[in-house]
Design a protein around this ligand. Structure first.
Ligand code: BGC
Length: 768
């Protein structure tokens, strides 16, 4: 049974009632972020029960030395992990000398959490009876500011209900933190300054090896019964900790409120010697505006995001809550303001996957950012990889490739390969193709061809060179084969001729050559620069083309399908529906050996190729492949259900598309894969967006024009989404019988609906 404790609501994620077993899951689900930093929904006050502390800063990582039994050449030196950063949210609370701790107190009533996605804040409230029989109400509201993205704010309120009390607030900063997921129990931080002045305190630390300097600061304001208290705090410090303590008498029924402003300034954005003064300045600005004013700005900023990114689903709260949760979390993770950053699969909600960049960005996230933000955001995601091209060439050199061939990393922070799982991740060379597919997708959607002569072509040449060198000519098959790979389906390792990889390799080479010709003709000076820089010769182009033309694809005449890899049909082909539920998820129940020899597919693999290159296959072919592979698919990667939802919609199987939609959109809320306590699946959330816009809405770009084939699940009365297509904001509203389009701006736009052409005029509704 999946978890089902999240209350249905259109705009909020709500939990009611306290259950210690859910704390870690809720810490993930109620996470907050602002693109520059983020944190799990840890309690501010002491909690002695099981919890997973997490507070992360974008771009700040540590190269954790690789740990393996036997070292082999080609292993990455380190695994880059986004670090648990010094914590500023902590507030220990004592009532008449007894520490408030929800794990040990006598009784907890009315416990409630709300993550308000419309306005961008998180709130937790409860009534507790302590062992000393004091009954209190606590309410804490917290957000990370979008406007001042180095700052967050907490409003922590305590009301004694049955007696007058003395409340001790101990508001602290703690740099003595560790990661759960470390290879060697290394120390990651060196704290070199702890200081305080009045109601403000700071800790300055730097990461070991990478030398990111971070100043974490706080400023406190205390009110009792709405009156500001001018108390001199009691101070406690250690080498990695500072607290400011306030003791106040609070009469029964009155409320003590602590406003805590905190956050971090980082050497990515300031000179190391200025991080403390920058922190002072930003905390001053935040605290002088005050909690309520800052929250007001927060609401406005989120309302702007929603104006463009919202998807409205009419008549299905569960589906509505799911999609908004996905859109909200994506925006909490990455806003496209800083081209050095990217989208980690767990964002700021956990440690696994280290906050690093995966192929997920190119294969899954790009469409969401292209359509819901300014075009520059998608361009900077592409540029991120262009900036890493030299490192990708070095990565390939380390593996024995030459002459400018590039292998992009499967996992990276700075362009270097830094995965932690050799046998699976290393061989997923298919990620190299996703880099090129993203360029194609970007140019197709935005019409901005200039990216290719400026940057993209160099990436294409380096990647095409890799495929050329990686393929082996098989005399036996009289074709090029690609041996020893792992496809997107990570439940098969070290296989030969993964169809998806071979297909992508061929396509990358052909697309590269097509663009070489185009740039040569249309951008001759760029072509000169690039061909000199890359030392590109016609003989090499011819040789690459030969590989593409003679690429081998495993095929079954019997089933009339491409085989996921050589030998797939030798497996014992028992479909997933015949597996006992107690065996699922197989990655938690079965040995790796059993998984590898089973036919079970973790995520779209052949179907990933059919999704990306849809135009190149007929609907009938898609049907055959879907019907063969989906029954063996366990969808144990978060990236799986969205692709299947889109394809089921193409095949007019709307009920099935809807089931996959719920699975992708509520993957974390309902914890389908039983791992939400480790963090959320951020990158697949962009896939959820695709499953509505591309799946039910049927959005495609065909010949420089948007095309739609709207469909609607029977559970919905209607749904609406917006897309920014080449600076035209198009609003699409689908109901059971019609689809309405409206356009902002001054220019008209031609679109296709169910293959018929229509022109939409600005500010006029058009109904089809
Ligand atoms: C998936 C990969 C993905 C990674 C990060 C894995 O479980 O199989 O395709 O890149 O998660 O999201």
């Amino acid at each position: 049974m999946n978890q089902n404790y999240i209350q249905p609501d259109n705009w909020s994620i709500i939990e009611e009632g306290f259950n210690a077993e859910r704390v870690k899951s809720s810490e993930s689900l109620f996470s907050i972020g602002n693109g520059a930093m983020g944190q799990r929904a840890n309690f501010e006050e002491t909690y002695s029960g099981p919890t997973f502390q997490g507070n992360y800063i974008a771009g700040v990582y540590y190269p954790d030395k690789t740990r393996v039994g036997w070292w082999k050449n080609g292993y990455p030196e380190y695994f880059a992990k986004v670090l648990n950063a010094p914590n500023w949210i902590g507030i220990n609370v004592s009532i008449n000398g007894e520490k408030l701790d929800l794990y040990t107190c006598k009784e907890i009533l009315d416990f409630r959490r709300e993550l308000n996605m419309q306005e961008g804040w998180y709130e937790r409230s409860f009534r507790a009876v302590l062992k000393n029989n004091t009954e209190i109400i606590v309410k804490s509201t917290r957000f990370l500011s979008l406007d001042l993205d180095e700052v967050g704010a907490i409003k922590y309120q305590v009301t004694p209900l049955n007696k007058d009390v003395v409340i001790d607030f101990e508001s602290y900063l703690d740099a003595g933190i560790t990661n759960e997921d470390t290879n060697w129990d290394d120390k990651f931080w060196d704290t070199y300054e702890v200081s305080h002045k009045g109601n403000t305190a700071y800790i300055s630390s730097k990461t070991l090896k990478t030398e990111f300097h971070v100043c974490t600061g706080m400023h406190n304001q205390l009110f009792v019964d709405e009156k500001a208290q001018n108390l001199t705090p009691t101070i406690e410090t250690t080498k990695t900790y500072v607290s400011l303590g306030y003791a106040v008498e609070v009469a029964k029924g009155k409320t003590a409120v602590l406003h805590k402003f905190g956050g971090c300034t980082v050497s990515l954005n300031h000179k190391p010697e200025n991080i403390a003064s920058a922190n002072t300045a930003v905390l001053k600005q935040a605290s002088e505006s005050g909690f309520d004013a800052l929250l007001g700005l927060q609401k406005q900023a989120w309302s702007k995001i929603w104006e463009m990114a919202d998807i409205i689903i009419d008549g299905d709260v569960s589906a509505q809550q799911g999609i908004r949760f996905n859109i909200f979390q994506l925006n909490q993770t990455y806003l496209g303001k800083d081209a050095r950053l990217n989208i980690g699969p767990k964002g700021f909600t956990g440690e696994k996957y280290g906050g690093s960049t995966y192929w997920d960005t190119e294969a899954y996230c790009l469409p969401f950012y292209m359509a819901t933000k300014n075009q520059k955001v998608a361009r900077s995601l592409l540029k991120y990889r262009y900036n890493h091209l030299n490192k990708a060439i070095e990565n390939a050199e380390k593996l024995g490739f030459t002459d400018g061939a590039a292998l992009y990393p499967m996992v990276t922070m700075n362009g270097e390969e830094c995965h932690n799982e050799w046998e699976i991740t290393f061989q997923e060379i298919h990620r190299n193709g996703a880099m090129i597919y993203a360029i194609h997708n970007y140019v197709r959607y935005t019409g901005d061809y200039s990216y290719i002569p400026e940057m993209g072509l160099e990436v294409m040449i380096a990647v095409a060179r890799f495929w050329h060198q990686r393929a082996t000519f098989s005399l036996h098959k009289d074709a090029y084969v690609i041996l020893g790979v792992t496809g997107p389906n990570e439940y098969e390792n070290n296989i030969n001729n993964n169809w998806y990889t071979n297909y992508l390799a061929k396509w990358c080479i052909e697309y590269c050559i097509e663009n070489i010709e185009k740039v040569k003709l249309q951008y001759p000076s760029d072509y000169d620069r690039i061909s000199k820089k890359t030392n590109l010769k016609q003989e090499e182009i011819d040789a690459m083309l030969n590989v593409a033309e003679k690429m081998y694809f495993p095929y079954s005449e019997k089933y009339q399908i491409y085989l996921q890899q050589d030998g797939f049909l030798d497996k014992e082909l028992i479909t997933v529906d015949q597996l006992d539920k107690s065996q699922r998820p197989i990655n938690q129940k079965w040995s790796w050996d059993r998984i590898l020899r089973s036919p079970y597919i973790k995520q779209a693999d052949v179907l990933q190729g059919f999704y990306m290159f849809e135009d190149q296959f007929t609907k009938d072919k898609l049907k055959k492949h879907f019907d063969f592979y989906e029954p063996f698919t366990v969808h144990e990667s978060s990236l799986s259900p969205c692709v299947h939802s889109i394809q089921a919609a193409v095949l007019d199987r709307i009920d099935q598309a809807y089931a996959f939609y719920l699975r992708t959109s509520r993957l974390d809320l309902d914890d389908y894969n039983k791992e939400v306590e480790e963090g959320l699946h951020i990158t697949s959330m962009a896939g959820t967006w695709m499953s509505i816009v591309e799946g039910f809405g049927g959005l495609r770009v065909k010949n420089d024009t948007l095309s739609f084939t709207p469909k609607i699940p029977k559970e919905w009365k209607g749904y609406a989404f917006n897309v920014n297509f080449r600076n035209n904001i198009l609003k699409v509203n689908v109901s059971e019988n019609s689809t309405t389009f409206s356009l902002e701006g001054t220019k008209e736009l031609s679109i296709y609906v169910n293959d018929k052409e229509f022109t939409i005029f600005p500010n006029r509704l058009m109904t089809v």
